[in-house]
Write a protein that binds this ligand. Structure first.
Ligand SMILES: Nc1nc2c(c(=O)[nH]1)N=C([C@H](O)[C@H](O)COP(=O)(O)OP(=O)(O)OP(=O)(O)O)CN2
Ligand SMILES: [Zn+2]
Length: 158
């Protein structure tokens, strides 16, 4: 059996959303402080004297990349389904409103999948390290979350 090593970095951001078809409270405009956990799996670098010796990827680089490719786009934005047209038209009528349009309703399941699609290519073998995004967990509240996992690509398994 092959040993697998992983690291996890947690990030947080605030965003607004609504689930337009929801039968309960969630159809109302509201927001969450989302918590994101990114787990990266791969080879631990052995390069004596290098800044990232002994690491899969420097936690600082995980944060920088996640911020650039996801958190900066979603933090303090309203995450809206493109089919939620009345609200989308209203948000578009506001000067410089930060709105992020999604192809699916912004449930935590769909947001986690969208985040995974945005981040997986960013971390795949980044900086020439053999690594990949193996798990993403998105907490909508302390009690509610969704998780996306991915098996090792062949190059990392072998
Ligand atoms: N499967 C899903 N169910 C619900 C989602 C979702 O994205 N996926 N979203 C919501 C609401 O938007 C909200 O995020 C959760 O609200 P709630 O159930 O009230 O969660 P709390 O943690 O605040 O509940 P407490 O009972 O106060 O702990 C609803 N459902
Ligand atoms: Zn919500």
């Amino acid at each position: 059996m092959t040993k697998q090593v992983s690291i996890t970095r947690r990030l947080e951001f605030d965003a607004g959303h609504r689930i337009p078809s929801h039968g309960g409270q969630c159809r109302n405009l509201h927001g969450h402080r989302y918590q994101l956990e990114l787990t990266l799996s791969g080879q631990v670098l052995h390069s004596e004297g290098a800044s990232d010796d002994g690491m899969i990827l420097d936690f600082g680089d995980v944060k920088t990349l996640a911020h650039e490719h996801l958190v900066s786009k979603w933090d303090h934005a309203f995450l809206i389904y493109r089919g939620d047209t009345a609200l989308l038209n209203f948000l578009n009528s506001m000067d410089n409103h930060k709105t992020f349009v999604l192809d699916d309703i912004p449930t935590v399941e769909n947001l986690a999948q969208a985040a995974f699609a945005m981040l997986a290519p960013v971390f795949r073998d980044c900086f020439g390290h053999q690594l990949y995004l193996s798990r993403l967990v998105l907490y909508e509240t302390p009690n509610c979350w969704a998780e996306v996992t991915m098996q090792a690509p062949r190059t990392v398994q072998d």
